[in-house]
Design a protein around this ligand. Structure first.
Ligand SMILES: NC(=O)c1ccc[n+]([C@@H]2O[C@H](COP(=O)([O-])OP(=O)(O)OC[C@H]3O[C@@H](n4cnc5c(N)ncnc54)[C@H](OP(=O)(O)O)[C@@H]3O)[C@@H](O)[C@H]2O)c1
Length: 333
């Protein structure tokens, strides 16, 4: 005997996009503190590709089904949940399980779909907005008037970082890999966009800041970027590392500037944090960032949407790096 069934995406082993399969499974019941969301759309994030390759396993207790964020309608909830209740349109940060027609979410990690957005677009909010808010403002301590450098400016993370940093009154420099991507970063508000394939970002940042450097770097590249990032950091500058698209190791380099310019090198991952830690970010987002979304001052920029059954094409697009902004999967619900 089966209860209600749903379609979901599974990985048939570790590997390239060819391991992506669509499968049937039971709709899961909400556990303590959880809600069940009928998913309208889920976000595709670079870490999903790493998970597919076997390089980013889900934390203990999380399902193997990929997907770190969804938006849709709450259809059931645990008795102890005060908000959101059945019928509410929400987006939610998940530890896994978003690539499905139904997903479980911790109620504390749900946020209302902002009025200025459709429910599909809202699926592009949680992963980037939680990550950027925590790393740029809490860990990176960016404030108005400071200069901020974000690499991968056209990525889901980068496009969010540019908008939130501008709305906080920072001067924003972005790097990206083509003239079109640089134009996208400028459209989002970047004061300077550097095509890192044709210009040395170190020279361009030094020229733009009259050699002063930047107060904060948000980096997802790693590898050879570490010493180069350090060389463009101003006195008391901070580097927040959130990814390693190039490499997590680097050649030996001169560490003296860290001491002489009193630099801070830090970083974080979101997924491994406790629900309580993520809930604290959710509370801050609702208070400080949701009003900007409600007023349409910032938004998720959607590069492409694919049906859930075409998740393979979505991963291929992400790994081609041809997109600007967020890639979403839609369920048709
Ligand atoms: N720490 C956390 O909690 C956390 C959470 C979410 C995401 N992340 C990380 O944040 C990064 C962005 O994620 P996303 O989902 O926004 O990805 P995304 O939209 O796929 O963007 C990544 C972009 O980075 C650029 N890139 C790729 N390889 C590069 C390289 N070797 N050197 C320089 N730039 C490169 C590409 O644009 P170009 O054409 O400009 O090269 C690509 O479009 C990923 O590394 C992801 O793992 C971290």
């Amino acid at each position: 005997m089966h209860g209600p069934r749903m379609r979901r995406v599974e990985f048939a082993g570790k590997g390239g996009p060819e391991v992506i399969r669509i499968a049937e499974a039971d709709v899961p019941p909400p556990g303590p503190g959880q809600v069940l969301i009928e998913v309208a759309a889920c976000g595709v994030n670079r870490p999903d590709c790493l998970q597919r390759e076997g390089a980013y396993p889900p934390p203990k207790g999380e399902s193997d089904v990929p997907g770190l964020e969804v938006a849709g309608k709450v259809v059931a909830h645990d008795d102890g949940v005060a908000w959101p209740r059945a019928g509410e349109a929400v987006c939610a940060l998940l530890g896994s399980g978003g690539y499905a027609e139904y997903a479980l979410a911790d109620a504390a990690l749900c946020l209302p779909v902002p009025q200025a957005l459709g429910v599909v677009e809202a699926a592009g909010l949680p992963e980037a907005f939680f990550t950027v808010f925590d790393n740029v403002f809490t860990r990176g301590r960016l404030v108005a008037g400071e200069t901020f450098l974000v690499h991968g400016g056209s990525s889901g993370i980068g496009s969010t970082a540019i908008q939130l940093a501008k709305s906080a009154g920072a001067i924003v420099i972005a790097t990206a890999g083509s003239p079109q991507k640089c134009a996208f970063c400028t459209k989002l508000g970047a004061d300077l966009a550097i095509d890192y394939k044709t210009s040395d970002f170190v020279e361009a940042v030094k020229a733009f800041t009259a050699k002063r450097g930047v107060d904060l770097v948000l980096d997802m590249v790693g590898g050879s970027y570490l010493p180069r990032n350090i060389s463009v950091m101003a006195i008391e500058g901070r580097l927040v590392q959130i990814g390693f698209l190039q490499s997590h190791v680097t050649e030996a380099f001169d560490f003296r500037p860290v001491m002489l310019r009193r630099l801070t090198l830090t970083g974080s991952t979101l997924r491994a944090r406790t629900v309580e830690q993520k809930a604290a970010i959710s509370v801050a987002l609702r208070e400080k960032v949701w009003p900007l979304l409600e007023r349409g001052e910032v938004k998720p920029w959607v590069a492409a949407t694919f049906p859930l059954a075409e998740a393979r094409r979505a991963h291929e697009l992400m790994e081609s790096s041809a997109h600007c902004g967020k890639i979403l999967l839609v369920t048709g619900r």
